[in-house]
Write a protein that binds this ligand. Structure first.
Ligand SMILES: Nc1nc(=O)c2c([nH]1)NC[C@@H]1CN(c3ccc(C(=O)N[C@@H](CCC(=O)O)C(=O)O)cc3)C=[N+]21
Length: 300
């Protein structure tokens, strides 16, 4: 079998169009412009790229973007004071604090100081609990993007065997909750899992989110399975010239594509959907804050 490529870049474009439509309606009918605040502490180059691209897309769909860049040695008190200010700013409907934070800052404390209603990353303990109990919450962007692509490809996911490789709070665990919510039989595998190859071979849906370049080979993939590759790893590419690099996923693309029924590429798969879902979550947060109907097709 040669896999269908799930084009996350194109799908993200359609999500952004939907978001733009809701933003236009919020402006015309209610005089409200959704606003997203992004806080970046320090100067990690990869984070700067991500924050810039996010700010650009926020403006492109008609929303307000507020960027706060703080020095790497910013104190916890100063960061918490900024979050408090954003929590109380009615023009700000979504707040994202770029992770990872510099070592001297307590990530859990910082995330849990964000108003859960503005927590467009869905990382606040309150949103984690709401998702785990099947209540309305803000859903983490990467898993939400993966779910949208899976639903689009399969329609119903009910009864499918899903294996999530990776148990992080930002991808693995919320992804498992969402798949369970769609009635999959869910296994969460990780670095201590015994016979990982055999566990993955049972899966109709494989979500790889470990951050290890090309660790899943094609012979782990059941014939016809759907592979969602969350990994974005930069590796050396001497074949492109000295000092050159390229992006690869957690799955070995060519061999997995030979066995899978469908697969997401890296780049152009989950990454663009993550940013599109951040915009979607901001519109959702804005609607909820104003007591308006949820935007259709943009929530879990
Ligand atoms: N609070 C917080 N929320 C996040 O959502 C968050 C974060 N912190 N910290 C960093 C990671 C990383 N992340 C990416 C999103 C999109 C691409 C993306 O669109 N990647 C392109 C490739 C980009 C390139 O060429 O380098 C692609 O996969 O096609 C990458 C990385 C969000 N993150």
């Amino acid at each position: 079998m040669t896999a269908t490529i799930i084009d996350g870049k194109a799908f993200a474009g359609t999500v952004r169009e939907k978001v733009a439509g809701h933003v236009a309606r919020l402006k015309e009918e209610h005089g409200i412009t959704p606003g997203l605040a992004v806080v970046l502490v320090g100067e990690d180059p990869a984070s700067q790229v991500y924050v810039r691209s996010k700010g650009k897309q926020t403006v492109e769909v008609g929303m307000n973007s507020y960027e706060h860049k703080l020095d790497a040695d910013t104190s916890e008190a100063d960061l918490l004071a900024l979050i408090d200010q954003l929590n109380n700013d009615p023009a700000v409907h979504g707040i994202l604090v770029q992770l990872p934070l510099p070592k001297h800052l307590n990530e859990d404390l910082v995330i849990n100081s964000i108003d859960p209603a503005k927590d467009v990353d869905g990382f606040h303990i309150s949103n984690v609990g709401l998702l785990g109990t099947g209540q309305k919450s803000m859903v983490p962007c990467t898993p939400l993007g993966c779910l949208m692509m899976l639903r689009d490809h399969h329609g119903s996911l009910s009864g499918m065997d899903a294996v999530v490789i990776g148990r992080s709070n930002i991808v693995g665990k919320p992804m498992a909750q969402l798949l369970l919510g769609d009635s999959c039989t869910v296994t969460i595998a990780h670095s201590r899992t015994k016979d990982l190859a055999d566990v993955v071979r049972r899966a109709d849906i494989v979500v790889a989110a470990v951050g290890r370049p090309e660790m899943v080979p094609g012979d782990w993939i059941k014939e016809g399975a759907t592979v969602i590759d969350v990994g974005i790893n930069r590796i050396d590419a001497p074949e492109k010239g000295e000092g050159k690099t390229r992006l690869v996923g957690d799955c070995h693309f060519d061999s997995c594509a030979e066995r899978a029924g469908a697969i997401t590429p890296v780049p152009g798969g989950v990454g663009p959907m993550t940013i599109a879902c951040l915009l979607a979550n901001t519109v959702t947060a804005c609607c909820r804050a104003n007591g308006l109907a949820e935007p259709e097709g943009l929530t879990a």
